[in-house]
Design a protein around this ligand. Structure first.
Ligand code: ZN
Length: 177
């Protein structure tokens, strides 16, 4: 099967323990892109591995990775966020089994999908990407964070450490109290 073929047979993939992988431009994911900044040529790498365990249960292990462009909610500038997400999906025989969570109380909840001879892999990949995007994306440290300038004294000191309260100073205050 070529990587350009987005459809898989879940029965075969899980029975044979096959692994597939591919790369896809983010701009083809319309649902994902809603509300996101332009992605340019950003791409997602994905891999999907089938598994059938000793009890005959079938699983798909999905991994996606992408440098996705998000808008920082603090400084409102776009930045590339290294998305990396994995999930395991249990393949069940019918829709009736999708909600059949009984018996495994306390077990890790596993997403379920219905087995198919023609499952759209890229729809799975898109779902995974959507789930992985942070709800409120932020830079770890915004490049244009407002500096403690504005008064002449601060700008006269080029050493940035002077503009930051030292953790040791705070410690000293605590000790005095
Ligand atoms: Zn920012």
């Amino acid at each position: 099967m070529g990587v350009s073929d987005p459809y898989i047979d879940t029965y075969e993939l899980t029975r044979l323990g096959q692994r597939l992988e591919g790369r896809v431009p983010l701009r083809r994911f319309a649902r994902l892109l809603e509300g996101l900044p332009a992605q340019g040529d950003a791409q997602a790498d994905w891999s999907l591995r089938g598994e059938q365990d000793a009890l005959g249960r079938r699983f798909l292990h999905l991994h996606v990775a992408a440098g996705i462009v998000l808008e920082c909610q603090r400084c409102l500038s776009p930045f590339v966020w290294p998305l990396d997400a994995s999930s395991t999906l249990e393949v069940v025989a019918s829709a009736a089994q999708l909600d059949d969570g009984g018996g495994d109380e306390g077990a890790e909840p596993v997403e379920r999908i219905v087995a198919s001879r023609r499952l759209d892999v890229l729809a799975l990949v898109e779902d995974e990407l959507i789930l992985a995007v942070p709800y409120v994306p932020k830079h770890e440290q915004c490049p244009d964070a407002p500096k403690p300038s504005g008064d002449g004294a601060a700008s006269a000191a080029p050493d940035s450490s002077l503009g930051r309260p030292s953790p040791f100073a705070a410690l000293g205050r605590l000790k005095k109290n």
